[in-house]
Ligand binder design. Sequence first.
Ligand SMILES: *[C@@H]1O[C@H](CO)[C@@H](O)[C@H](O)[C@H]1NC(C)=O
Length: 520
Amino acid sequence: MRLMLILITTICLLNYSEANNLLVVFPIPGKSHSILGHAFVRHLLNAGHKVTYITPIPMKDVNPALRQINVESNKNCFAPEEVLDIQKLMRKEVDMKDMPTLFTMMFNIANATIQHENVQNLIQDPTEKFDAVIAEWMYSELYSGFSAVFNCPLMFFLSVSPHNMALSLIDGIPNPAYTADHIKSNTIPPFTLWSRVQELVTLLDWKIYTWWVNDRNVNSYDKAFKSAVVRRGRILPTLDEMKYNASLMFGNSHISTSDGIPLPRNFIEIGGYHIDGNIEPLSKDLKKILDEAKHGFIFFSMGSMLQSSKMPEAIKSGLAKIFGQLKQKVIWKFEGLLPDKPNNIFMLDWAPQQSILAHPNCVLFITHGGLLSTTEALHHRVPIIGIPMFADQFININRAAAKGIGKRVDLNYDTPKNLKLAIEEILGNSSYGDRINELNYIYHDRTTSPGAEITRWVQHVIKTKGAPHLRSPALLVPWYQKLYLDLIFLIIIIIVIFSIVIKRLIGYKKLNINVSKKRS
Ligand SMILES: *[C@@H]1O[C@H](CO)[C@@H](O)[C@H](O)[C@H]1NC(C)=O
């Protein structure tokens, strides 16, 4: 009887929120991107949708409403362990700030994904139908082709804070005079004249570079999608048409973790959606260590992609030394063993990060500053010290420092010394705790949970057939009109014509005078 009741309510609930058939594409073969993809999919499944999920790192979940399309071979395009080696990053052998390197890497992943046999099998099958496509935007718009194939609305997902490249797809390029580039900026607004010049140069550099590589994108797009669309009796719209045709963009950000730049109405902030309300319980041993930290403990992790064991020996031993002098315990995510480690340091091969940050004795988080980590720190009210290594980590830490919830320490041979000063500053000064409480309030003060925001907007886009009412009119205005260059051009023409006419008139007048003088 009880089972029957549960069954009936479940069926009613399923009918209540319409079940849609969704294609979700998160193709980046990195742990943090898969955390974001998996969490996104789980929210959709929990809301009763059917999900087809293109991923290089399949979920272990078993759910009849979930079908996974494995693109594991994307790891051949980008092996995080190799590329993101700490020493190579320190020596600047790999420069993730370099536009051609980054864009080419991401193009290779996108290209491999859409040409992948499993993906081709899906799109070439005319019986496959979807109500919407949600694709991660990671320096490539190639996935917009899925929405052309299935003739359904497209939604982008952005894993970092909103920035000019992403916003240009749904609105326009924000003014670089007060919008920091998410990778290259070393400061946050307000900018000095020099920083403004740098922002402008970055912007132009990006525009020229993307124009330069446009052909390779168009070729890949045509190759992957043309036949699938033709098979369905339509013609493939151009990549340019499709990439500016997203209904909205989800952003893994929140005002508490970014700058307050104006955002278009179809940019939906869902920062923190990956944080599960039910924190996984700690293992018995770890729980005991943390519970017994009477002066609190510091959690140190360089994230899932970087291994702190790969740091140069001198830095590792220097860090162990300064940690050993602290009265706090230090929980260090470290792959391996460190000889002669002080007693207050505890090494973990793998750390249940959220459960550790959620522990009331956690007083400080030393992190690489990835947006997942900084968001989790904010969620659990833990001040941070950032040791940024690549991508948006620099700007995340600069923002955290500007907001007063953390400090930045760069990785080099002075790191142990500088880290010690930063730890003393944060633990000795109550302002960091006060600020993290304020910012934590801002972070949590929302009308809807970020997970509910996802399902609401997916539903909204499908119900309103692509939500054209949300589209920014800026997409229809060419850049020279935005800058009023046409008006300036017109004014110049008028002035030129006017001055020619005046000159002529004066010329005639002189001529007339001369002629009349002669006659008289
Ligand atoms: C752009 O998106 C809208 C809404 O999803 C859709 O109706 C339209 O066909 C799309 N345009 C192209 C060129 O596919």
